[in-house]
Every structure is written in C-alpha cells, then in structure tokens.
Design a protein around this ligand. Structure first.
Ligand SMILES: Nc1ncnc2c1ncn2[C@@H]1O[C@H](COP(=O)(O)OP(=O)(O)OP(=O)(O)O)[C@@H](O)[C@H]1O
Ligand SMILES: [Mg+2]
Length: 276
C-alpha cells in the first residue's frame, strides 16, 4: 500500500530576530499508512505542532522531505492538493470560525473548492449531522459553547472531505462531555470512513484509544508503537515528562498489591471488565 504521509530526514528550524535559529525538529523519519489512527504525544515544546504543520504544508522543511499521498509538500504545484487532502483542527475554535451562521461557516471549505451550490448544501448538511449539530445550522457561531464551536470547526474541515484529519489538541479547552463527543466523532470517522487521523493530545487516555502512539522529545520521535506497547514503558514515559492512562496506572497499583490482571488494559472499561 502507498503510504499516506511519508517524512524523510525532516529538520525544521524557526528563524529568530538577530539571525539565530530555533531547532524545532531534528531529523524525523516517519511513515503513516492510509486509515491509521495515530496519537502524537510529548511534553511542551517537543515539536508536535511543528511536525503536524508539515503534514499539510503549513510549514515546509528546512531540510528533508514530506510527501502527502505521493505529493511533495515543498513543490508549490502540489500545495493546493496537499491542503485539500489534509484538514487541520486547532486547539482554539474561536480562531477558526469566521461566518455569521454555523452553516455558512461549514460551507466555507467546500465553497473554496468551487463546488455547485447543491453539492455544497449536501456536504454542509452531512458534516453537521456527523458532529450532531444539524439543529444549529442557522445559529450564530458566537452563541455556541466552546465544545460546540470546536464541533463546528471540525464540521467545516469535514465538509471539504479531506482524506486525513490532523487535530492539534482539539479537546484541551473542553469539558469532559464535549471531549467525549469530539473523540467519539474522530473515532467514528476513522473507523467508518477510513479517514487517516493524527491526534495531538496531552491526554494519555485519549492517546490510548489510537492504533499507534508516537512520542516526541526535543524534536525527535523517540517512541513509536501500538498503545499496549508504549504504555508498558512507565519509567521511560516519566523520563519524557509524560504519564500513563489512568486505567494503566490503577492496574499497575493493583498488580503491585498482588492482584493477577492480564496485560494490555488501557481503558477504564477494559479494567472494569477484567476486575469483574
Ligand atoms: N513561531 C515560532 N518561532 C520560534 N520558535 C518556535 C515557533 N513555534 C514553535 N517554536 C519552538 O519550536 C519548538 C517546538 O515547538 P512546538 O510548538 O512544535 O511544540 P509542541 O510539542 O507543539 O508544544 P506544546 O505542547 O506546548 O503545544 C519549541 O522550542 C518552540 O519554542
Ligand atoms: Mg503544540
């Protein structure tokens, strides 16, 4: 299968005033297959957002190459297609909503693709239904809650029908129900539509629901594997400034007290099942 994202020898340095450079990525080689659900974790400043911005050509390599669906991001002829293939959702939905009604906002992406009005209508309705906001289509986005605004931002990205969604800490400002709603939507899009997902998150519980976890440190990918494997390495994660999903932490404590539990319990549901 052709990889969806391929990163070779990627280095990224940000220029500072006075001619100095901040090395943010220091040699990344990475392949993401179509349909994967990848969680990207790492402490503040480890380079997660910088790496993610290379996945849709928002940033271009200082050194090395990034291909998206076989297209080189640094080739200006490919940039439009790359941006269409990979949709980005950022932490703060306020900065992503521009129109006076929810549906106008969601229509923004497909309108940019110069689609027919009835096709735009279809995509907007479908995207709003996917995130459960069909009843809010004529509301002003300013009057929605933070979680609803984030769902509108996600619908806007979905309406352009990208093959891949990159989320940069989409739930960090949200309450637990909104977080769950967004995570469920992301999981569903991945499972039912085969959309490739890259989810940057500070929540180890969220990361545990991915198929693959990448941990970054000082501009490098230092761990890469299925969550079962990554979250077995408690000491290593602690050294990287990261924790464990709550269920893994609790299972660990229970095992220390002599309870025989099977390995690989990543979620509270799985732990509860094993305990029963
Ligand atoms: N616009 C910028 N100009 C200069 N340096 C930057 C810029 N953006 C990021 N950096 C630096 O690049 C490095 C990586 O930053 P990045 O934002 O990619 O990290 P991150 O893992 O997303 O962090 P966080 O968890 O805080 O979001 C950091 O040292 C940061 O200070
Ligand atoms: Mg970041």
């Amino acid at each position: 299968m052709k990889p969806f994202i391929e990163v070779r020898g990627l280095e990224h340095a940000y220029p500072l005033e006075g001619g100095e450079w901040v090395p943010a990525l220091q040699g990344i080689d990475l392949t993401i297959e179509p349909g994967e659900f990848v969680a990207l974790i790492g402490s503040n400043g480890s380079g997660k957002s910088t790496l993610a911005r290379h996945f849709n050509g928002l940033l271009l390599p200082t050194t090395g190459e990034v291909w998206v669906d076989g297209l080189l991001t640094s080739d200006p002829r490919h940039l439009w297609e790359v941006r269409q293939q990979v949709g980005m959702v950022f932490q703060n939905p306020e900065n992503q909503l521009v129109a006076s009604t929810v549906e106008e906002d969601v229509a923004f992406g497909p309108e940019n693709l110069a689609l027919q009005p009835d096709e735009i209508r279809r995509r907007v309705d479908e995207a709003l239904a996917l995130v459960g906001l069909q009843d809010y289509s004529t509301h002003p986005p300013q009057m929605l809650s933070g979680g609803q605004k984030q769902l509108v931002a996600i619908a806007g990205v979905l309406a352009a029908r990208p093959a891949c969604l990159v989320f940069d800490e989409p739930t960090s400002m949200l309450d637990p129900p909104s977080r769950r709603r967004i995570l469920d939507t992301v999981r569903r899009l991945n499972a039912e539509r085969g959309i490739t997902v890259v989810l940057i998150t500070q929540s180890m519980e969220e990361a545990a629901s991915a198929n693959r976890v990448l941990a970054m440190h000082a501009g490098r990918v230092v761990l890469d594997g299925p969550p079962q494997e990554i979250f077995e390495q408690g000491e290593r994660l602690r050294a990287l400034g990261l924790g464990l999903p709550p269920a893994v932490e609790i299972a660990h404590q229970l095992r220390e007290q002599g309870l025989a539990l099977p390995p690989g319990l990543l979620t509270v549901d799985a732990l509860a099942g094993a305990l029963c």
